[in-house]
Design a protein around this ligand. Structure first.
Ligand SMILES: [Zn+2]
Ligand SMILES: [Zn+2]
Length: 322
């Protein structure tokens, strides 16, 4: 079977390859086997290829697929998306209902578990969410990153009177901006690409190229640039006692003057995986434009080209069809 595999060479360097003879995965008890229909490439995948998370195995965590092996016959043939974290379920962190932070967790295509850039992969049945019929594959494949955008509202109370700045017009920034716009807040999105910002402008979301004229007056700044420099700009735009939300998993180290955070009493919030049920609800209600974010679609056999394309500067979502 075909799979995109990240190997670690004896020299310590990483090599991404198209495996042609990948073994047919067999689900352990409690898990199902899923045939990937469509996978999305995200910046985390590109960071992993650069060494983030020290992962080896099949890459990929954004998917929509069809269950083809399951203990529960009701699941067979169902079109599903799936939460990517697989917690142990028994440790103190899991018992305290923080399963996405289980120290013994695996994560699809990120940590100790083969991912979705393959014909088949396995995931626990409890991680699955059925995709409503009205949501096509090209929309459903955005459930995972949209859930990550929704996580901000799980963590931070964004008031309709708040001034909010989203930094970055990449894949995640465009989703985050659309989710935050639903709060009615006074939102501005800063980016570098007029064509991408136009996707938001079509929905009436104010955008700006560059940061000219912006004062340190935002109640909330969400950093989605995926670049180390983003943190410093975010810090400069937030008001004293404001909130800085970090969404990028950037491999580079951030250089910044942390004493500014102390003097201005800034709250810093890291934000990762979010609620799938809410993301699916937003998608089925048509509240988020995701199809404008699709830049290209490749066959699984061409997935190395897809990853190269996704890594080009300014690339939006690249999909891989199995
Ligand atoms: Zn992702
Ligand atoms: Zn646990």
């Amino acid at each position: 079977l075909i799979a995109i595999v990240l190997d670690r060479q004896p020299s310590g360097t990483r090599r991404l390859r198209l495996g042609q003879d990948h073994a047919d995965p067999q689900p352990p008890p409690g898990e199902v086997r899923i045939r990937t229909s469509l996978a999305g490439i995200c910046n985390t995948d590109l960071e992993i290829v650069q060494g983030y998370a020290g992962f080896e195995g099949v890459l990929g965590h954004e998917f929509v697929g069809v269950v083809d092996l399951a203990e529960d016959p009701a699941l067979l043939g169902q079109r599903v998306v799936g939460e990517i974290n697989v917690p142990c379920g028994t440790c103190p962190t899991c018992c305290a209902n923080r399963p996405t932070h289980c120290p013994d967790r695996t994560a699809l295509g990120i940590r100790g578990r083969d991912g979705v850039l393959a014909e088949y992969f396995c995931l626990p049945a409890r991680n699955l969410h059925l995709v409503p019929e009205g949501i096509p594959d090209r929309v459903a494949v955005f459930t995972e990153p949209l859930a990550a955008a929704c996580e901000i509202l799980e963590q931070v109370h964004v008031r309709p009177t708040d001034r909010v700045v989203v930094l970055g017009d990449g894949k995640l920034g465009l989703l985050v901006a659309q989710v935050l716009a639903l709060t009615g807040c006074e939102l501005t999105v800063l980016g570098h690409h007029a064509a991408k910002l136009a996707i938001l402008a079509r929905q009436g979301i104010p955008t700006q190229v560059g940061d000219d004229g912006l004062a340190a007056s935002a109640d909330v700044v969400v950093e989605c640039t995926g670049r180390a420099e983003g943190f410093d700009l975010a810090r400069r735009l937030v008001r004293p006692r404001g909130m800085l939300v970090l969404k990028s998993t950037c491999h580079d180290l951030v250089q910044t003057d942390l004493s500014r955070l102390v003097v201005d009493e800034i709250h810093v919030v890291g934000s990762r995986c979010g609620p799938f049920s809410a993301a699916l609800r937003l998608l089925s209600q048509g509240l988020i434009d995701v199809t404008s974010l699709v830049e290209a679609e490749y066959a699984l056999g061409d997935a190395l080209l897809a990853l190269e394309h996704a890594g080009r500067r300014g690339a939006l979502k690249v999909l891989v069809r199995s």
